[in-house]
Structure formats: C-alpha cells, structure tokens
Write a protein that binds this ligand. Sequence first.
Ligand SMILES: [Zn+2]
Length: 205
Amino acid sequence: MSEKVKNGIKLAVIIFVSAAVGLLLGYLVSDQELRYMFSREYRETVKGIEIYTCGTINEENYMAHRSMLAYAPEELAECCDKIYFTGSELPIPANDTGFGQALGITQGRIVYVSTQTYGADVVLHEMFHAYDHEHGMPSSNDGGFITAFREENERIRLAAASESLLASEFYAETGAMYIISPFELSIRAPRTYSYFNSVLGLYED
Ligand SMILES: [Zn+2]
C-alpha cells in the first residue's frame, strides 16, 4: 500500500471516530439522567415512582414538591418511573426545543424538577407531560382536547416557542389545574375542564 493510501485511510478513520465520539457526546449531554446519575440520592418510592434528590436541596421546598404526589391519581402516577428533584435550575437539553433553564423537564417516563422555588405544582405539570407522552400525545391528537385548546388557550397564558409546544404546555398546565384547582379551571376554561373530567373523572359534573 502506498504511503498516500495509508494516510488516506488514517484520515478516514480519524474522521469516522471523531464523528462517532461527537454523536456519543451529544447523546450523553442531552440525556438528563446521566447528568444526575452519580449525585443522586434515593429517597423513597411513592405510588410506584422512584424518588431521588440530587445535590444540595432546601428540605422545606423539597417536601412541598414531594407532597404534590399525594394528589396524583393512579392514571398519572403510572406514567412515571422516576422523579429527580434538584436544588438548582435545570439546563434544557440542546436537542429539545427551547433554550435556557427550566423548573421542570420531562423525558419519556422520567421527570426532573427543580425545587428552587416554592411553586410545587410543577410536579403535576411535568407528570401530565409524561401522561401525554405515554398516551400518544393527546395534546396534539385528541379532537376533544384540541377543540378545548383552540377555544380556551388564550384565557390561560403560557409561554411556548411554537403552536405545537403551546398545545402540550396547555395540556400539562390545565391538567395540573384540573387536580389542584378544579373549580378555577371549570370557570376559566370549562371545555378543558370537561375534557380532563371525561378522561380522569375525578369529580361529579
Ligand atoms: Zn411544560
């Protein structure tokens, strides 16, 4: 083999390995669980969900968040495998739409919640993202929800980067409201309230 061909092969191998390492790094960095894998502390299992805390957290804020699980109906809890509570803000993964920091992130059946603030309802909000994901995204597929969303989304203002993200944010937020403040939801967004009541049936009509 000539020196030229050898060098060519060497270069091709280097390029291939670099690309593979780059892809692997991209995957690892976007995987939230890996970020906390070595600092996590197992706390307990609640309704079949493993609960972990990561790093230093304010115990009082943690307990406020943890207490929200008591309100989660079984249909919601069974869509989550693990919840990670962290004391710091969550960096949004690069492959996710959006940017900056978040108080909660859900990837499939795993929920990550920052306990920095006292707004504990983020726990149920994220669990509704997991529910949505587990049920084939009714936030963008279910006619009943879509109609309610179109009619009522301006009544409950939410920030989102796009229309499809807005629908899933509205789903998660009004789902959490349906559990924590059903009366308020039934007044502000009655169709959305009816949608969730038809799905979860927690209250008399
Ligand atoms: Zn959300």
